[in-house]
Design a protein around this ligand. Structure first.
Ligand code: G6P
Length: 627
């Protein structure tokens, strides 16, 4: 996740760009940069670190240009560094690009460019874009036949073709993945070219000036009138107006919409709280986390090149809090698919119990922040004892990433609310991909078709999460019924038992209601004594092989007075169950990603009903850097 800003108009561009970047820092803050047009040249200022570094390190006050593009980065491809910071230029320094998103086929495009004489200097996926635009621009201006073919493909109804726009359209035609792109051409004064697919972008309209940004807050101080750019659309943004095009380069009219947000609401992108915003960001976060690690329905994890997966005889998954629940939710995928015994442990316990580790042990650490003290200590212990260590981390360059042998990044983007939501679903996604990779490497081609089918399933999960979010109001109504409860119990079997555990943690963290979870079969062995009239019980049932048993356990609780809510993707129509929350069907292996979403929403709405500060619950910290 990164943030982009752009400006064309009558003011100096730099202050608009810098202020915009500052309000987008929540989207990423490991490097920042900007490019401005300066008399047929493009001047670039960029470096590692926060936006403030830019103003500290460069004399930006003397930059007079009125046209520019800017970027704040949250590294995906290539570590945070001055070189990897955006904007990126093509080899001839004619085109500058800032980009939010992930170019999934960048390696293929890179090879194509190198074969055509280009050099790429950074480790980013983005650097291919300006070079590819240059390649097509050159071809359009030098190869008559190619030009005519492109005109026929794209521009039959657009007589005065802008060659840069056409080159950008040719380039985006070669790209797979997600992008919000701003492009400057050194010879095109006073204009910024834009293109978007699966990454957010808005254009703000002013008097004799126009603005571009990833999110409304970045430019809200300048205008309240916005165009919302849709996937596949392109545009040319000039001081006196914006021209939009569809993917066929036909001009299109877009509606200008007015936004009435105050400053605080705008930071949260219109949501009341960061937690709700982050819950709703999950489809995009999961899609970006899958990113380039699934290509053509097969796993592609070059980050793990060199790991000999066949040598391991057991896996420890070690983490704290919600991250540990992500480990629990995927333990069975490692065992069932990769056929390797897998133990999930709390980092604070693991490190003090002399775990049995040697060089045949794989230890997987999970952490959103990459800074949790117990997880770091457990990682160091595993390394000392000769294990191979792989960490699944959200924050690039954090301590855990520096200690671990191998790192897989989730691409959830910055998570600000203390209660973790999007980090969890992204961790489950990455761990599932890791489990499939291990299965592939250990079992070989006999599992290929199964993995292919699962990769396909996983790729559809972001859209299914969106479907769950579309029914958020159902959980809002349920919250109104539950918020006065003293206790709430969560239950399920198999994968669902761990969703129950995470659901209970979410509720207690932010609503301060006592919440607990038990595997459905365990209720009879004690906890059922706690059930009395109207005690809410939330059951999760997403696996047709064991649903009947879960439901029968729920009915036992119901007959003792429980008020039962069932979250399911199965056709379970039991009139005795008071509430049934339907989620989309999917493989039981990935159902936890869908099933946790209604529980996140329920916790959020319960806390809101109680008038609590959801983003900063009492006594809790986002990152626990002490033991
Ligand atoms: C704290 C946070 C939790 C988080 C846990 C582990 O308790 O409040 O939300 O799950 O730490 O944090 P990590 O950054 O290692 O995932």
């Amino acid at each position: 996740m990164c943030g982009i800003v752009g400006y064309v108009g009558s003011q100096r561009a730099v202050p608009v760009l810098i202020n915009g970047l500052l309000s987008l820092e929540y989207r990423g803050y490991d490097s920042a940069g900007l490019a401005v047009l300066n008399n047929k040249n493009i001047d670039v200022f960029k470096n590692q670190g926060r936006v403030k570094n830019l103003t500290d390190n460069f004399d930006l006050d003397s930059v007079a240009s009125k046209v520019g593009i800017a970027h704040t980065r949250w590294a995906t491809h290539g570590k945070p560094s001055d070189l990897n910071a955006h904007p990126h230029l093509d080899n001839s320094k004619t085109f500058a690009v800032v980009h939010n998103g992930i170019i999934e086929n960048y390696d293929k495009v890179k090879k194509f460019l190198i074969a055509n004489g280009y050099e790429l200097y950074s480790q980013t996926d983005t650097e291919v874009i300006p070079n590819l635009v240059h390649y097509y621009y050159n071809k359009l201006t030098n190869d008559v036949e190619f030009r005519q073919a492109q005109m026929l493909t794209y521009s039959t109804r657009y007589s005065s073709v802008d060659d840069v726009l056409l080159a950008l359209r040719c380039a985006t035609g070669d790209l797979t993945g997600s992008y919000a792109i701003e492009l400057l051409a050194s010879f095109s004064p006073d204009q910024v070219y834009i293109a978007k697919k699966d990454s957010p972008m808005v254009v703000g309209s002013g008097e004799g000036e126009n603005f571009i940004a990833s999110d409304i807050p970045a430019i809200l101080q300048h205008t309240k009138n916005f165009y919302f750019i849709e996937d596949g659309e392109l545009g040319i943004v000039k001081p006196d107006g914006v021209t939009f095009f569809n993917g066929s380069l036909e001009k299109i009219n877009k509606e200008l919409k007015s936004i009435e947000w105050d400053a605080e609401a705008s930071e949260k992108n219109g949501f009341d709280d960061y937690m709700l915003k982050e819950i709703f960001e999950q489809p995009r976060a999961i899609r970006e986390t899958i990113g380039t690690s699934i290509v053509d329905n097969a796993i592609a994890l070059p980050e793990l090149d060199g790991v000999d997966f066949k040598k391991f005889n057991m896996i420890y998954i070690v983490a704290c809090g919600t991250a540990m629940h992500a480990g629990l939710a995927t333990k069975s995928i490692f065992e069932n698919l990769a056929h390797i015994p897998t133990i999930v442990d709390m980092a604070s316990e693991f490190r003090y119990r002399n775990p049995l580790i040697d060089d045949k042990t794989l230890c997987v650490f999970i952490s959103q922040s990459g800074e949790t003290a117990d997880t770091i200590a457990a990682l160091k212990l595993a390394k000392e004892q000769g294990a191979t260590t792989i960490s699944v981390v959200n924050v690039i360059g954090s301590s855990i990433t520096r200690v671990s042998d191998y790192v897989l990044y989730t691409h959830a983007g910055p998570e600000i609310a203390v209660a973790s939501t999007k980090a969890f679903t992204c961790q489950v996604t990455t761990l599932s991909i890791l489990a499939m990779e291990i299965a592939s490497k250990r079992i070989g081609s006999s599992i290929d078709s199964k993995i292919k089918e699962l990769c396909k399933e996983l790729s559809h999960i972001p859209d299914k999460v969106k479907e769950v979010l579309d029914n958020a109001d159902e959980m809002k109504s349920l919250a109104k019924e539950l918020y006065k409860s003293k206790d709430v119990y969560f239950t399920g079997r198999g994968f669902d038992a761990y969703v129950a555990t995470e659901g209970a943690l979410k509720l207690k963290e932010i609503s301060y209601i006592h919440a607990d979870s038990y595997p459905s079969g365990e209720f009879k062995h004690g906890p059922i004594a706690l059930i009395e009239k109207d005690v809410p019980v939330i059951g999760i049932a997403t696996n047709e092989d064991i649903n009947a048993k879960t439901v029968s356990n729920l009915l036992e609780l119901l007959t003792r007075g429980a008020n039962v809510t069932l979250v399911t993707n199965q056709k379970i129509e039991n009139p005795e169950i008071q509430h049934t929350v339907k989620i989309p069907e999917c493989s039981p292996l990935f159902a936890s990603i869908l099933a946790i979403v209604p529980l996140q929403l329920l916790s959020y709405y319960v806390a809101k009903e109680k008038g609590l500060d959801v983003d900063k619950p009492r006594n809790l910290a986002k990152s626990v850097t002490v033991e």
